[in-house]
Write a protein that binds this ligand. Structure first.
Ligand code: VGL
Ligand code: ZN
Length: 202
């Protein structure tokens, strides 16, 4: 069975938001048309408490886009974004979320970030999504949303590691692009066995 997974299509990742992804909002009509065409739709929501350790503002000696060594590895430090209950954490107002059967929130533990829809950034702590998908017999996953080079990429890579057929819908995603991270992400996903398709091919 096939499932559409819409990653983090939230105000803070759209132009004008705290961590804007260039052209992030332009994918909304495409994602809505995909939602219309899938029977199973899952949405993720970046959902940080104030003072989250992935925020540069939580470290007196750091600026946004610096990195910091955390117990679980190297962490990029971000502008404050997707704070629980803020308007920036809400889904883009035009996104059709009605059909979503599951909303996975992630990044809600202060000490650890969570890019992937499957695991927190220690690559061990589960979000529960794998159990949900297994239980419902869903094997073919179609990813779209933001940001291509962070949460979408890590979700695709974890899906492949877990044995799913992982497809990236290339016209329904956009990246932040830090130092060529968009090109690097495509290469990494391809090498790991991801399939790239366009929304028209679905
Ligand atoms: C994301 C950086 C920080 C994403 C979330 O959704 O790709 N990126 N938090
Ligand atoms: Zn975040």
């Amino acid at each position: 069975m096939s499932t559409l997974i819409v990653v983090d299509l939230q105000n803070d990742f759209c132009p004008g938001g705290a961590l804007e992804v260039p052209e992030g909002d332009t994918i909304v009509p495409i994602v809505n048309s995909l939602i219309d065409r899938f029977q199973n739709v899952i949405i993720t929501q970046d959902w940080h408490p104030e003072g989250h350790k992935s925020f540069a503002s939580s470290h007196s000696d750091k600026s946004p886009y610096d990195t910091k060594e955390m117990p679980y590895g190297t962490q990029v430090l971000w502008p404050d974004h997707c704070v629980q209950g803020s308007s920036g954490a809400e889904f883009h107002p035009d996104l059709n979320t009605l059909k979503a059967q599951l909303i996975i929130r992630k990044g809600f533990r202060t000490e650890i970030d969570s890019y992937s829809a499957f695991f927190e950034n220690d690559h061990t702590t589960s979000t529960g999504l794998h159990g949900f998908l297994k239980d419902l017999g869903m094997h073919d996953l179609f990813f779209c949303g933001l940001a291509l080079d962070f949460c979408v990429k890590w979700s695709v890579l974890d899906a492949l590691k877990l044995g799913y057929n992982a497809n990236l819908i290339t016209d329904a995603t956009r990246g932040i692009d830090l130092d060529g991270s968009v090109d690097a992400s495509f290469a990494e996903m391809e090498e790991m066995g991801a399939h790239f398709i366009t929304s028209e091919e679905i």
